[in-house]
Ligand binder design. Structure first.
Ligand SMILES: N[C@@H](CCC(=O)N[C@@H](CS)C(=O)NCC(=O)O)C(=O)O
Length: 268
């Protein structure tokens, strides 16, 4: 059940309040889940306002992102999108043939439950960039920056190492991980072909793909080979990411240079 503890008490009807980490310096958010929801909101043209969780506030499920809509909290990026599709009647963003629907579901799982572990593995090995200007350093100072750099980053790496061992990727060699990532990238590139988006017109799955691929392209990974492979062997994937960025994130550079969470992205 969605929690009823609200951050935004004077909410506006049918306006989404998206609670997520503050902006980072190399990507609007290092959370693929938050980037997915925010990109979906933009694609679906749903009015929203970001609210920083100040690294402390979490949903009833103990994580970010979460949204508040009409006085109720909804958590988990995929459940949030399901709710938004229903509430704002955005079914056209999910309308696919039966066979494409099955393929889209398989790509969702590839992205969120397989490829995502390459990013988690990378951060388990070295998450120190999050305490530099590429991450959140510009927003922190003094004791907070010291604690973030010297305590929290270490804790995060340790927690992610544990998760990677439980999932299995933590037992792989670096070459094996790169090999798995390449197979996923090849599959995405093959599905995309010369189409504009994964299934022709833009769909919800494109927000998911954009969010996860952006993490591999714009945030530090344990090996440069991953980004190099996308650039050299899957140039259509690079074009695809740029296409979504140009159309839905024209304020990308502004968000990462100013850390403003509510930049004007739509030209009125
Ligand atoms: N399945 C969740 C995953 C969200 C998630 O892993 N969020 C991370 C940030 S990227 C988080 O809040 N981590 C804090 C924690 O798990 O304690 C979703 O899709 O929203």
């Amino acid at each position: 059940m969605p929690s009823t503890k609200l951050l935004k008490r004077d909410w506006e009807k049918d306006h989404v309040y998206l609670v997520q980490f503050p902006r980072a310096g190399t990507i609007p958010t290092p959370s693929p889940y938050a980037l997915k929801v925010e990109t979906f909101l933009r694609i679906a043209n749903i009015p929203y306002t970001n609210i920083s969780n100040d690294f402390t506030k979490k949903s009833s499920k103990g994580q970010i992102p979460f949204i508040e809509l009409n006085g109720r909290q909804h958590a988990d990026s995929s459940l949030i999108i399901d709710h938004l599709v229903e509430h704002f009647e955005k079914g056209s963003l999910e309308s696919l043939s039966t066979s494409d629907k099955s393929t889209a579901r398989a790509f969702y799982t590839l992205l969120e439950h397989h490829l995502v572990w390459v990013m988690f593995y990378s951060r388990s090995q070295d998450a120190s960039w999050l305490a530099t200007d590429k991450g959140f350093a510009k927003l922190l100072s003094g004791v907070k920056l010291f604690a973030f750099k010297n305590v929290l980053i270490g804790r995060m790496e340790k927690m992610l190492k544990g998760r990677c061992m439980s999932q299995g990727i933590g037992h792989f060699t670096k070459e094996e991980i790169i090999g798995e990532a390449k197979k996923d990238i090849d599959a995405i590139s093959g599905q995309l072909g010369s189409k504009q988006f994964l299934f022709g017109d833009i769909k919800t799955i494109d927000a998911t793909a954009f969010a996860h691929l952006s993490q591999l392209i714009y945030t530090p990974q344990f090996s440069d080979e991953i980004k190099n492979y996308i650039e050299t062997s899957a140039p259509n994937v690079i074009d695809y990411i740029n296409r979504i960025k140009v159309q839905y994130w024209p304020d990308w550079e502004e968000t990462i240079s100013t850390a403003n969470m509510n930049t004007e992205w739509k030209k009125l």
